[in-house]
Design a protein around this ligand. Sequence first.
Ligand code: M6R
Length: 369
Amino acid sequence: EKGGWSSFMAKEISEEPEAVAKTILGRVHDGLVDLPELAALGDDVLTGLDRVLIIACGTAYYAGLVGKYAIEQWARVPVDVELAHEFRYREPVLSPRTLVVSISQSGETMDTLMAVKYAREQGARTLSICNTQGATIPRESDAVVYTHAGPEVAVASTKAFVAQITAIYLLGLQLGQVRGALEPERARGLVAELQAVPEKLAAVLNSGERIREMAKWMADTQSVLFLGRHVGYPVALEGALKLKELAYIHAEGFAAGELKHGPIALIEPGQVVFVIVPSPRDPSSLHAKVVSNIQEIRARGARVIAIAEAGDVAVLPHADEVIRIPLASPFFEPLLAVVPLHIFGMELAAAKGLDVDQPRNLAKSVTVE
Ligand code: M6R
C-alpha cells in the first residue's frame, strides 16, 4: 500500500535507492560480479557470443540503450538495442552466438514476449531481465536475472528502470570479467562504484522539494525538450516519456549532438530545455560540448534547466536552474540524473491536477498489441 505517500509513484521513486541495492545484493563476491543465473544459458555462451541484442519496449528500452554503452565498453562485444515490436516483424538475422537479452518489468509485454519466442526459434540464446517472479517472459527464456525493485504499481515505471540498468550493468561487468576485457582491478573499481549508487541516489531524492516548486511554475508549459549525450541520451528520452505519459504535454528527448541537424529550429524564447550535463571530470570532451550546446540554445532564448554534477561551476553562467547530482563516473550518472526527471514528471502531473498513478489511456502491462 501507499504507506503515507500521496501516490504509488511517489512511494516508488522513494524506493529507487533500495531497488538498486537489492538488485546488487548477493551478486558480488570478492568485489567481482557473480551471476549464477547465467549458467543456465549453457557452457561457453558468455565467452563464445559475438553479439548482444537487447529487446524491450518503453522505459525498459531506454534502460537497454544505457546498457549498450556499458556492455560495449566493458565487455568489448557489439550490442544492438531494438524495440521489440520493430524487431519481431522483419525477420531479423540471429545466430546461436547472439545473446538476446529482453528487459521487462512485468515480464508480460506481448511484443517483447513474441520477440523472445522468435529469437529462440532462430537458435539464439535468450536471457530475461525481469522484475516479476515467474512471469511469462522469464519462463520462455533460457535464463533470467531478476531485478529486485519490488512490485511496481504506478503505470509510470521508475524504480524498475534503475533496477534494470543495475541488472544490465551486472551483466556487462560479468561479461567483461569472463571475456577478459576487464582487468580484475578495473572491474572491482566499477563494482564498488555501482555499490555506492544507492547512497548517492538517496541524496538526489533531497532535490524533490525544489523540483516541486519548478513544476508549479511550469504547470501551463506546452512543450519541454530534453538533451543528453552518451548515457545521458537515453536519460533524456526517459525524461520526455514521463512527461508525455503523466502530464500529457509534448516532450522530446534528443541526443545533444543532433541539435544542429534539426531540433535547434524548435528553440524559441521561453522554451524549457532540460540538459543532462556529463561530468567535467570525464576525460572525454563531452562536458565542454554539452556546455557549448547550452550556450547555443540559451542564445536563442531557451530556458535551461541543467542536471549537473556537484561542483560543476562551468554550467552556472549558462543555466537558469541547476539541479545537482553527486559525483560519479560517467556510467553511473544516468542512475542519478534520471531521478530528478522522474520527480519532475510526477510533480508536473500533480501540479496539473492529474492522476499520477493512472494516466489516461495507459495500462501498466501491455499484454495486447
Ligand atoms: O513491463 P515492461 O517493462 O515490459 O513494460 C514496458 C513499457 O510498457 C513500460 O516501460 C512503459 O513504457 C511505462 N509506462 C513507462 O513509464
